[in-house]
Design a protein around this ligand. Structure first.
Ligand SMILES: Cc1ncc(COP(=O)(O)O)c(C=O)c1O
Length: 418
């Protein structure tokens, strides 16, 4: 039976009687378990169809390309790849990633780029370096669950910023900042996923990005823009990153992070973070204390993979496949759910659909029945830093096949439609 509330960390089997005085740091009091990890355990059950993930389809990995990249490492670069390396990351990889950023419309100097062990580490480093207990962090409603988890580890105080089908609402951001000012307080940072957001799938339009940037500069608020998905666009026009809209002064308030996880392989754990000069050295210090540097081996594989020039074709392939899966899910939902029962967004890329059932419905309370019926999804509540919307849910279309999507949506409707 799956715990329906935020579960405490599961003790290992054979744990003896609890200690009278647990030696945990106080910061663990506020630490949230990642609800998603709990749900994903059930995805391994035979016959289960999972819309809960949000990971790349494993059959689409460019195994041949990564094998070539690794063979080159063993043939030509073993002494480099098997050794310790600098904390900022391998210079050549940083150059390649700066070129990738340029192709996305964001000019960056490789020296502003820190290679991180996944973007998750980027989030952790930003929090570690900037947050004291009780500092205010602004988050979209809903937001990326693991960011919430990480920031809660650093005892941040959260304030939710409203968002709609176009992402974060700038007026709400101003309202929240003004409310902080009335309390005589200042928010430290705004974390957001502006493109094909996890969990909502929505993309912040250009005008709102400009507005968010203006507000951030006015209030001296650091924007932490997390962008693992923007290359996964399958329709509509590219929207530039918030960082790319910033002039030199505004750049002081912009941090950007991205990752190879969704576009090449999450197993590599290679990602990057771009930070202003005042922040960068502190992030490097934070990284040194965390892991010295990201795996040199993985960085060399990533570097070689990018040099092979296979990424553009690979991206075409995964975009086409995610588009097909997303369309299949949208059509199946339209077919299986009577009109008006479930409202879903129509994303232009990424891996997620976000749905709302009628007000008063609680998707958390349907999880167990859904699991029993052979399909899993993630209820929306845990994605909110405050006032959760219990009638919402996240559906990922990236890993199931189209046949599984059709069947999974049928099973979902059996649970959710009276
Ligand atoms: C918005 C967002 N940020 C960060 C991550 C973590 O990515 P990485 O594998 O690079 O740590 C994810 C993964 O799901 C994500 O959705």
């Amino acid at each position: 039976m799956l715990a329906m509330t935020q579960p405490a960390t599961t003790p290992p089997p054979n744990t003896r009687a609890p200690l009278a005085h647990t030696p945990f740091a106080t910061r663990m009091n506020g630490a949230r378990a990642n609800f998603l990890r709990e749900i994903l355990k059930t995805a391994l059950r035979p016959g289960m169809i999972s819309f809960a993930g949000g990971v790349p389809a494993p059959e689409l990995f460019d195994v041949e390309g990564l094998q070539q990249a690794t063979e080159r490492l063993y043939n030509e670069q073993a002494k480099l790849a098997l050794q310790y390396s600098a904390s900022d990351g391998l210079p050549v990889l940083r150059e390649h990633l700066a070129a990738l950023m340029k192709s996305r419309g964001t000019e960056v100097d490789a020296s502003q780029m820190l290679i991180t062990t996944g973007s998750q580490q980027g989030i952790d480093l930003v929090a570690k370096v900037l947050l004291d207990a009780g500092d205010i962090v602004l988050l979209e409603r809903p937001t990326y669950m693991a960011a919430l988890q990480t920031m809660s580890m650093y005892e941040a105080e959260f304030r939710g910023v409203e968002s709609d089908e176009h992402g974060l609402i700038p007026e709400s951001l101003e309202d929240v900042l003004n409310a902080c000012a009335l309390e005589g307080r200042k928010a430290k940072l705004l974390y957001l996923v502006a493109t094909f957001a996890n969990p909502s799938g929505v993309t912040l339009p250009l005008e709102r990005r400009q507005r968010v940037l203006e507000i951030a500069v006015k209030h001296q608020l650091l924007i932490v823009e997390d962008d693992p998905y923007s290359e996964l666009r399958f329709s509509g026009a590219h929207v530039p990153s918030i960082m790319s809209l910033a002039d030199a002064e505004a750049r002081q308030w912009c941090v950007y992070m991205s990752s190879l996880s969704k576009i090449v392989s999450p197993g590599l754990r290679v990602a990057w973070l771009i930070a202003p000069d005042w922040l960068y050295p502190k992030l490097v210090m934070g990284k040194q204390s965390a892991d010295l540097h990201t795996s040199t081996f993985a960085q060399v594989v990533a570097q070689n993979y990018l040099e092979l020039g296979r990424l553009p074709a690979h991206l075409d392939k995964i975009r086409a496949s995610y588009f097909e899966r997303g369309q299949t899910m949208l059509k199946a939902l339209e077919r299986e759910f009577p009109k008006g029962v479930l409202h879903v967004n129509v994303p232009e890329g990424g891996m997620f659909l976000w749905g709302d059932l009628a007000a008063g419905v609680d998707t958390m309370s349907m999880v167990q029945r859904s699991i029993d019926n052979g399909v899993i999804y993630v209820p929306g509540g845990p994605f909110f830093c405050d006032s959760p919307r219990p009638n919402s849910l996240r559906l990922s279309f990236s890993t199931p096949t189209c046949e599984e999507i059709e069947e999974g949506v049928r099973r979902l409707a059996q649970v959710m439609v009276d």
